[in-house]
Design a protein. Structure first.
Length: 61
């Protein structure tokens, strides 16, 4: 199993409730869903290690 970084997250209770419902709809835990959303946003922004930046992707297209 890969190690994971633990850190406290302060979040508005209403936002947490919305994430909780969304995570349940996707059959994920809230933690897993937050990680999924962050990974997707990071991927779209071209910020994942080894990934081309969005500008580079447009130049190559």
């Amino acid at each position: 199993m890969t190690s994971r970084k633990n850190f406290p997250l302060r979040i508005d209770p209403k936002l947490y409730e919305a994430l909780e419902r969304w995570a349940a709809d996707e059959l994920r835990s809230v933690n897993a869903h937050i990680e999924y959303l962050l990974r997707e946003a990071t991927r779209r922004a071209g910020r994942l290690p080894g990934q081309k930046t969005p500008e580079k992707q447009r130049e190559d297209a």
